[in-house]
Design a protein around this ligand. Sequence first.
Ligand code: TYD
Ligand code: MG
Length: 464
Amino acid sequence: MPQKLKTVYICDRCGYETGRWMGRCPNCGEFGTFVEDVVEVSPGSSAAAASKTPVTAQAKVKAYPLEDIGIQADKRDSTGISELDRVLSGGLVPGSLTLVGGEPGVGKSTLLLQLCKTIKTGSPILYVSGEESLAQIKLRARRLGVARPGLYIMAETRPDAVEGAVQSYNPGLVVIDSIQTMADERLPSAPGSPTQIRECALYLMKLAKARDVSVVIIGHVTKEGAIAGPRLLEHMVDTVLYFEGDKELNYRIVRAVKNRFGSVNEIGVFEMAGDGLAEITNPSMYMLSGRPVNAAGSVVTCAMEGTRPILAEVQALVSRTSFGMPRRVAAGADYNRVVMLIALLEKRAGLNFGNYDCYVNVAGGLRINEPALDMAAVAALASGYRNMPVREGMIIFGEAGLTGEARAVVHAEKRVLEAARLGFSECIVPQANLKTLSAQGAPANRIKILGAANIGEMLDAAIY
Ligand code: TYD
Ligand code: MG
């Protein structure tokens, strides 16, 4: 059957396909996301052929009573890296497909090679790289101290060759580095194109399910934070982990954004050292290292990352604006939230930011998206504005409502205990949290807890 090739344009974000290039995707509304791709259009293509045979004519169409379906209860292979196990809710599930995304150079290959060393499995492991030669991988493994019997390395880009290797070595874990280098030769499009990425991932997913092997694929992410290639990959896989971190800063955060086998709230924290990634089991201490003492505009808060409280420093710089329009910048915090808090301070506390630029930053590169940050950001802004530091040894958390009231937050006790553990002596919490905290009793003998009903009371206790 003669093959016909057709050029199509696929949105890199949502997978929308069109025959002509467009500046803006009509499906997801993103600009400049279309990439060119080549697909086959032959009347004998498998999809067309399959649609001609009615499903009912095929041999077995079967469904099973729910109670008859047996499962191996909660089988997981611990990765041997507790920060990673935390994110994966215990470890890798056999037969699952996991995507590890991150910007080039963040440390994905390093993490996965280290995982090959530490993972608790009796089966062989297959590490497939389309990016590096065998010798390069060997060098990296030596640097990381990775040596393990039954660890097989393969420099390969064809998914069917991977399947062949899985048949011969029968591994319990397959690592693919990276999905952008994989290419099915039967497809006309180039490696890294949306069609290749999608088809190769689908191939690997079938392989994972059919052979009950954990497959981890590495995917490079573009600056905007999308997996380069269609977002479709995220829908397809069981688990999506993002590996984040500034290349200049040494620490890295692994975050689950999708997890079919557990929660997505947890993060794992690592530090890039000379001999690979080291776990940071005490992130609060890490986030606060280098914090200025008695500096105006610096406030410590406690954020929840999943079930774990992490102390972080919120900084605000308030400086006279040199142009007509004052600037508002937020890093590590939600921009709109920061703008709202500035309005709140103007309206409810009488500060006038009209002639001031405001920069709010969560130090250390942590991103805090929960409202418990509000009170600390308010205190940092007021402290920066007045040029007066908040009291030393104090932590502040709580949500700010639009009338300036301090609203209760979840897990207040955990936050207070974390502050006490790190040696803080005072803590301002929303008045509404005070009742439950005193009922629980535990933290009160280790740290002084002050309740604030609104931002005015909070500022009185913190600064003035
Ligand atoms: P790598 O794992 O190759 O990143 P990715 O696979 O995400 O592209 O990590 C590359 C960076 O990590 C590189 O800039 C060097 C640094 N690095 C260390 O600092 N220490 C190490 O032990 C290793 C292996 C890498
Ligand atoms: Mg790499």
